[in-house]
Design a protein around this ligand. Structure first.
Ligand SMILES: Nc1ncnc2c1ncn2[C@@H]1O[C@H](COP(=O)(O)OP(=O)(O)OP(=O)(O)O)[C@@H](O)[C@H]1O
Length: 282
């Protein structure tokens, strides 16, 4: 269980990136949703012990993370939004280097590296420098290094960025499997991925958690009140305006049918997220 209490972080220029955040995350996959600049990466970097908060506390399975960051680091896998790699080192060499830093026993490291290369579909190119990789291949290397050492807490900041649909699907299957015994904190702008993969989610805006919990419970207040229309509605609250086959499509929140042509829809996490975005002052 990850437990965050009253966490605050203000940068030197006065930006309050995290504002009194409290959150409980049990084992499983937890989604972190929020618009650009909401503070998601700041929160994840803080949880990964890469920057200290100004105040607050973090515990993971009984470890006081801020007092004992090394105890967390040995159980942590972290994929940042962007990362650098040593030039000229191959993917395999880099994974061995990281395995050494994580103090993984040599036999276990050999086994894990072979498995992770296969799971991330990098075995064929494992001896090429990571700097020569395409964006998606590089991202898959990032995922492999995050999973090295069998971590009990995995933080993934936009893990599917740059992945083609097949690789994205492979990663999803892997994450669902891993999260049966591991806490996976997943931040992505693809709301559908969070709805499909996670049992719980937290919505973050302007440095604050505005709602969190089981995804079914987050969506429940919109249930039976979401309608889809091909024209701008005259009543109700517009949740989102999008396109399908190039044609306008509005999703509307209203307690009763807003127009004879409106189609009743199952409420989604995306509806819930847009509903929240519309409520918050920007
Ligand atoms: N090192 C820094 N110094 C000053 N301000 C920062 C720093 N890092 C982030 N910020 C600011 O903190 C706020 C939160 O940024 P953060 O990167 O955590 O948001 P985010 O939710 O991850 O955004 P995105 O979805 O765009 O990645 C933003 O206003 C950002 O400009």
């Amino acid at each position: 269980m990850l437990s965050i209490s009253n966490l605050n972080k203000t940068y030197f220029d006065g930006t309050k990136a995290i504002s009194n955040i409290s959150l409980q995350c049990p084992t499983g996959m937890v989604g972190l949703l929020g618009p650009n600049g909401a503070g998601k990466s700041t929160l994840m970097r803080t949880l990964a012990c890469l920057q200290p908060p100004d105040s607050g506390s973090i515990t993971f399975n009984g470890i006081n993370v801020l007092q004992n960051p090394n105890a967390l680091r040995s159980q942590l896998g972290y994929l940042p939004q962007s990362f650098g790699v040593y030039p000229h080192m191959s993917c395999r060499q880099l994974l061995w280097h990281i395995a050494t830093l994580k103090k993984i026993d040599k036999r276990q490291a050999a086994q894990q590296i072979a498995t992770l290369l296969s799971l991330t579909n990098l075995t064929q190119v494992a001896n090429k420098p990571v700097t020569s990789y395409s964006g998606g291949m590089r991202q898959r290397f990032g995922i492999a290094q995050a999973l090295l050492g069998d971590p009990k807490f995995i933080i993934l900041d936009e893990p599917t960025a740059g992945l083609d649909p097949l690789e994205r699907q492979r990663l999803h299957s892997l994450l669902v499997k891993i999260s049966k015994q591991t806490l996976v904190l997943l931040s992505t702008h693809i709301v559908e991925d969070i709805e499909n993969l996670c049992s719980r989610a937290a919505i973050m805006m302007q440095g604050k958690i505005v709602d969190s919990g089981e995804i079914a419970a987050l969506i429940a207040p919109l249930s039976g009140k979401i309608w889809e229309m091909d024209r701008r509605p005259e009543c109700g609250i517009v949740v989102s305006e999008s396109y399908h086959f190039g044609k306008d499509r509005w999703r509307v929140y209203h307690s009763e049918i807003p127009h004879t042509n409106a189609i009743a829809c199952e409420a989604t996490l995306e509806d819930r997220y847009f509903f929240q975005l519309n409520k918050e002052p920007s």
